[in-house]
Design a protein around this ligand. Structure first.
Ligand code: AR6
Length: 176
């Protein structure tokens, strides 16, 4: 576990399961159709129940563009809302880095709009979408640092990482 303070905000990396967090907003690693899947997405829908999909189907019938984020009910999860963020499928195209950055940044904007002051993120894009961890973790922290230069209403940003390799990559970024 590693924790730093940036202005008014605690930013931390912990090992764990994102669906078990008691926090205002839980970010989902979604796909652009918002149709559910494996990984974080599967775990969130399984633990949160069918209300989450019913809400996204009703509010976002066209889905969510890559690099964007939308909010839904959190169903049975102990959160105010779930924020569905869509990371890019990895390729060497430089636009990928920009889209991953935007997925983090836009999630934080959506959190503010939904009056959330604490947000839990998984490592977006580094599972099924195969974003290399060594490239993804610095992008995640850059988006968070840039966001916190402009906004001060979020007091806790917690990266909840599933395995040691992912935890180490994010901890490394929190020491720099
Ligand atoms: N808590 C925290 N982290 C988790 C959990 C969990 N419960 N489960 C997995 N991870 P992924 P992506 C880690 O594949 O790469 C889905 O099918 C996992 O080990 O969930 O953005 C969607 O529907 C990895 O480090 O997200 C999309 O189609 C990280 O979370 C697609 O996968 C992200 O892995 C999105 O792929």
């Amino acid at each position: 576990m590693k924790q730093i303070q940036i202005n008014n905000t605690t930013v931390e990396a912990v090992k764990g399961d994102i669906v078990k967090q008691e926090i205002d907003a839980i970010v989902n690693a979604a796909n652009s159709h918002l149709m559910g899947g494996g990984g974080v997405d599967g775990a969130i829908h399984a633990a949160g129940g069918p209300e989450i999909m019913a809400d996204t189907d009703r509010r976002y019938p066209a889905g969510c563009l890559t690099g964007s984020a939308v909010a839904s009910t959190a169903g049975r999860l102990k959160a105010k809302c779930v924020i569905h963020a869509v990371a890019p499928r990895y390729s060497s195209n430089p636009v990928c880095a920009e889209l991953l950055y935007k997925a983090y940044y836009n999630s934080l904007i959506v959190a503010v709009r939904n009056n959330c002051t604490s947000v839990a993120f998984p490592s977006l894009g580094t599972g099924a979408y195969r974003y290399p961890l060594g490239e993804a973790a610095p992008i995640a922290l850059k988006a968070v640092r840039d966001f916190l230069q402009k906004h001060d209403s979020i007091t806790l940003i917690r990266f909840v990482l599933f395995d040691d390799k992912t935890l180490s990559a994010f901890e490394k970024e929190l020491t720099q």
